[in-house]
Design a protein around this ligand. Structure first.
Ligand SMILES: CC(=O)Nc1cc[nH]c(=O)n1
Length: 106
């Protein structure tokens, strides 16, 4: 049986939003859809693998690119007009995504 992931990486520029609790979701592709609700994961920077904080996974929900909306933008703490181009830049060939909702571990 597969073990639940225990680590997730974010671009370094996003980590202050994660560590402050302002950003409460992350939108990932299928390769990162296997996080398990109810588990705790360590947050590291993608660039240098530096530890940032811990988050508790709340839910993982499939979504289409066209369904990304203002509510997601608010949860990302990123304006929608910046969020959708960012997702498209990271994942130029994907239409299906996974909204990973989490809470910051105090
Ligand atoms: C490495 C990284 O930060 N990846 C992503 C991709 C989408 N959203 C996000 O918050 N972080």
């Amino acid at each position: 049986m597969n073990q639940a992931p225990t680590k997730i990486t974010f671009f370094e520029w996003l980590t202050p939003l994660v560590a402050s609790g302002k950003k409460t979701i992350t939108i990932r592709d299928e390769s990162e859809s296997h996080y398990v609700p109810g588990t705790r994961v360590d947050v590291h920077t993608l660039e240098k693998d530096e530890y940032v904080c811990q988050i508790d996974i709340v839910s993982v929900e499939k979504i289409g690119f066209d369904d990304i909306n203002e509510e997601h933008a608010a949860q990302e703490f990123i304006p929608l007009e910046e969020l959708k181009p960012l997702i498209r830049k990271i994942y130029p060939n994907d239409e299906d995504f996974y909204v990973i909702t989490y809470t910051l571990v105090a």
